[in-house]
Design a protein around this ligand. Structure first.
Ligand code: 13P
Ligand code: SF4
Length: 349
């Protein structure tokens, strides 16, 4: 990949990318979905990229799968489908396109490639990793199997293809409890998120044993933060992602996947809400929910924040950063991901 100055100069040779009032006006409808959180001058700088990317998508028969943690100009401006990890995986398996651009992190792009091997999958930034995916290798899975013989391995989708291939089934935060409960064995191994596993264990009749990985965004929240915040701003609804430690989830009014959180806030419309998760979540739904005051601190995922309009345009333009998964690994990993998708569909999730 070129460095940023080279990339910028190459892109500006091909596209009109100067801040533009005219393009901002042309995409006024798109801007209306984020004008509570993106200022007009910022929109003037984004609009030329939104225009160029949307044109190029048509020319290349490409779709952009955007995770709920993308910034608003990506989430609303160029994504064809948005959602949580489970929704994006399901979409990757049936979307009609030649190219998928994954506006998310690397394990998501691998999941798309595993499910759609015939499609070209592009990652805007190959360094958009994940602390959970980095915490375990296939050897770690074998270590857990040796420690708990016969117990099935349920791995979070936030893992590499090799880890998925070494597991029995995958899960996401929106189906983890149901997947664990559906296992035949009394003891179930969950990897690599210790907190998701503990949160599942608190609601399951299974003996859940787990790997000690964690998400650097969600592990920072403490129960004291929530108690202090409630005291400081009474009436605030506290909504936590299940990657948070169990004592944080216990203090929250609701816990769910990123799409579960969006659904809860959309249905409940609390006067004040604090989303105990990544910062872009609140920004992406602020315009749709003008009656909700999103308050309080949030944490940024440095990996998700590596994705930008500029890098999306670059990979669509150049075809660089294609994601490949070894065919034998992909076949085994597909088994784990497909088992999760099939079970989720069967359970109506
Ligand atoms: P979900 O979108 O599945 O809730 O996962 C959150 C996450 O951390 C993705 O990186
Ligand atoms: Fe990984 Fe956490 Fe970032 Fe999600 S938010 S990509 S789990 S580090």
């Amino acid at each position: 990949m070129l460095d940023l100055p080279q990339l910028r100069s190459e892109l500006s040779d091909h596209y009109d990318l100067e801040p533009s009032e005219a393009y901002a006006e042309e995409f006024a409808e798109v801007y209306a979905r984020m004008d509570r959180v993106v200022s007009p001058p910022e929109w003037m700088t984004y609009a030329p990229y939104v225009r160029a990317i949307n044109r190029l998508k048509k020319e290349r028969n490409a779709v952009i799968l955007g995770h709920n943690y993308m910034t608003p100009e990506i989430f609303h401006g160029v994504s064809d489908f948005v959602g949580d990890s489970l929704q994006l995986a399901m979409k990757a398996s049936d979307v009609e396109a030649d190219i998928i651009v994954q506006a998310g992190v690397h394990f998501m792009a691998e999941t798309s490639k595993i499910l759609s091997p015939q499609k070209t999958v592009l990652m805007p930034d190959m360094e958009a990793g994940c602390s959970l995916a980095e915490s375990i290798t296939a050897a770690g899975i074998e270590e857990m199997r040796a420690k708990y013989p016969g117990a099935p391995v349920v791995s979070y989708v936030n893992t590499t293809a090799e880890v998925k291939a070494a597991s029995d089934i995958c899960c996401t935060s929106s189906n983890a409890l149901q997947i664990v409960n559906a296992m035949e064995s009394d003891t179930v191994i969950m990897t690599p998120d210790q907190y998701l596993a503990q949160n599942v264990a608190n609601e399951s009749h299974k003996n859940v044993v787990y790997w000690p990985g964690s998400c650097i965004v969600h592990e920072q929240y403490t129960a004291k933060d929530l108690i202090d915040y409630r005291e400081w701003n009474p009436g605030t609804r506290l909504i936590a992602h299940p990657e948070c430690p169990p004592e944080v989830v216990a203090e929250a009014d609701f816990s769910g996947s990123t799409s579960g959180i969006i659904k809860y806030v959309t249905e409940e419309k609390p006067e004040k809400a604090m989303l105990i998760t990544e910062c872009s979540m609140a920004s992406n739904i602020a315009d749709e929910l003008p009656e909700v005051d999103f308050v309080g601190p949030c944490n940024m995922c440095p990996y998700m924040k590596k994705i930008s309009l500029e890098k999306i345009l670059w990979v669509l333009h150049s075809g660089e950063n294609e994601v490949f998964v070894d065919a034998a690994v992909a076949e085994k990993a597909r088994h784990s991901v497909q088992a999760m998708i099939d079970l989720s569909r069967k359970l109506g999730l």
